[in-house]
Design a protein around this ligand. Sequence first.
Ligand code: GUN
Ligand code: FE
Length: 460
Amino acid sequence: MINLAHLNLDQIRLAIRGDAFHCPSANDFQFQPNLLILVDEHGDIAACVSDQDPAQAALVEALSQQGKLQQLQAGQYLLPGLVDLHCHAPQWPQAGKGLDLPLYDWLQNYTFPLENRYQSNEFAQPVYQDVSRTLLANGTTSAVYFASIHRQSTEVLAQTCLQLGQRAYVGKVNMDNAEQCPEFYREADTDAAIADTEAFIQNVQSLAGNQHGLVRPVVTPRFVPSCTPMMLSKLGALVQKYDVHMQTHCSESDWARDYALQHFGCSDVQIYSDAGLLNNKSVLAHSIFLTEQDIAQIKQVGAGIAHCPLSNMYFANAAMQTRELLDSGVQIGLGSDIAGAPSPSIFRAAFDAVSHSRVREEGVDVHLPANQRGSANARINFVEAFWMATAGGGQVLDSAVGQFQPRYHFDAIVVEASPFIGNLRIWPEFDSPRDILEKIVCLAQKENVKQVWIQGQQRL
Ligand code: GUN
Ligand code: FE
């Protein structure tokens, strides 16, 4: 029950009332019919008032008189905004191409030539506008972006996200290993790249209109094979100097894992840790071939994992240990991994995460007996997938998003089910709240995302 004594309605910017879902923990969803959410002038949640609370009716009356109340309609659902922990913005023009190749060939033949085009801001600008807009339209309110090695156009991406109001974590990619990176697409000089990365951090932090840090710089070594040990340790020094986020790829495939073992004699996690790159804001994409020791180390520093299930099916050579990772309590959310997978939708990533775990559980070889075919008890459920898409992602970023709780940022979306749009259909007489949430994860598309707020500002 809410204590009205602390609530000054003059300080409420807007109020939304409607049927709301969120997941406060990985195996717990809450459905709150006609929840009233009050948003303060900073865009944070001031209070969540249940329709069982006797105070709600008077608040609704007062707020609607002040013209601040939006009442959702039947068939509309309020959800926390989605969090995409891993998206390569410059690869958007390549989405849906070349996934028949293994990772190394895909990078060399498709990705590096395309990313090199971003030396031109004119090329970059419309693509980056379209990526940020497309993710927003799909309900992604927080996005963690790899850009390219070019500082200037990466700043264009940061400015674009700020302009569109998307909460974004943006990284200038670093890659300087002459043995692994083609001459046309690698840093000419390690120290110059570090200086550029430092300038990038400062420029993003001081962008006009970014006082509240809606857009943040991320230190971004591409992955172990593309970086010299010197590059990794100098980037580690920047992470510590500025206390900023770090993102990279981690033990993504047999080839990437074996490269680390052969050249460094240890795992990716150990390499990043030794370089001073691993902290509580680190986002480790993929993380397929983790050892028990790696998982313990990630957990101990409070780093997090970006699970990219569809991309894993093409590049990983093995299935993600999603069930074990969730059970271990390590921080984990979802990534689209555009363009290692083609879909910009985190609903799709959540659906794929469930399917991925189910294929792992059942196994694939029809010549084996059923009890030897798969990995017993490997499945995850739709609630866990939705948690990763929202609160789990928020935890990885150390960001107060993904749940409807006082003091969280009001990042939210309205999903609408109607016979006239998309494929999502709800039958209120026989769909329970759990059914509805599961249907949303399975069937919601861009067309169903009717409204998007970020930090209390409506952006769609
Ligand atoms: N590993 C190194 N670079 C990349 C990339 O661009 N995409 C994916 N999926 N994996 C990578
Ligand atoms: Fe990636």
